[in-house]
Ligand binder design. Sequence first.
Ligand code: ADP
Ligand code: ZN
Length: 364
Amino acid sequence: MKHVIVSTPGKRYDIIVEKKSFAQFPLILQSLTAGPVVLITDANVHAIYGRQLAARLQSTGRQILVQIIPPGESSKTLQQCEQLYSALIENHVSRDAVIVALGGGVVGDLAGFIAATYMRGIRLIQIPTTLLAQVDSSVGGKVGVNHTLGKNLIGAFYHPDKVLIDPEVLQTLDEREWRAGLAEVVKYAFIQDTELLRLLENEMTTILQQRDADALEEIIARCCEIKADIVQQDEREEGVRAWLNFGHTIGHALEAATGFNYYCHGEAVGRGMMGALHLSTALTGLQADELQRALALIRMLNPPPVPKNISLEEIMARLLQDKKRRSSGQTWVLLNHLGAVLLQDNISDALTRMAVEQACQDLY
Ligand code: ADP
Ligand code: ZN
């Protein structure tokens, strides 16, 4: 069992990472609160895990309301929130209730936003079930929904009271989702942790195939620790929190250029990191052998190729759009060395183009 404490100015809470802990979650919830539970999950996760969790909670005599949303990013909307608010109000859910978010990033962001806003905020427990949610979105307090004009534009900073992680639930995750989540794990190693990097280099084949819960307990906890440490220094993303965006500048442009329905987020980040790594070698101290080591690891995750009908110009246009949207221009996250990160502004269009070309390269 691993314990990670997140300590922000407003709230201190812990993340428990423990294999086979899913069965213990009702007991842990019991010790946290006797109040009513609102379990929010999606239809897929409900079928595999939600139903049994709800049944166990019910058997302890607890009042429980289950809300099941359709799976996928299209559920992260204000309309979906409206429906959930209505269900909560109709069922007389009071301020002493706790929202349990069981699912991937979509459920976590949406249910987190409901918890942040319903009656000006009620308690929240995150039970992330995708690797991406376990190492990234469930930690750090960013919750919210999409707007038709852009992703994650409506939201809040709202930390949970606890995060419960069982790596065992990743066994049922779809192969693409699984690999995409590993790209974010690799990101943590690149920006902060050469020890984790070595572990991934040695074990990636086994991890990919077996999803071994012992190894994952260690790896997930380490990623949460790194994220917690960064968030503690800079909750509102005014400085070091931007480090977490390594690979995301080009990654977001790739997601946007392909209509947000071609890449899983982590796949686009994998390709984005390829670009950012080449840019680092061109501009900072990242050595050629470090570059090759890093690229080899990303290659193992096999992010899908950029579709042939998407031109370089289109991706460049998305990057430019992103740059214009920010008053401070575009800050790139680069590496000095593996495990050592820096922020850099004012990258020329020519170098940006080179990085995009590298991100779009065929891998084999
Ligand atoms: P992300 O965490 O990548 O943002 P989503 O919340 O969109 O992802 O979840 C991705 C997909 O995986 C959804 O269809 C969801 O229902 C499904 N899913 C989530 N967790 C699991 C799991 N442990 N086993 C199987 N499928 C899962
Ligand atoms: Zn990401």
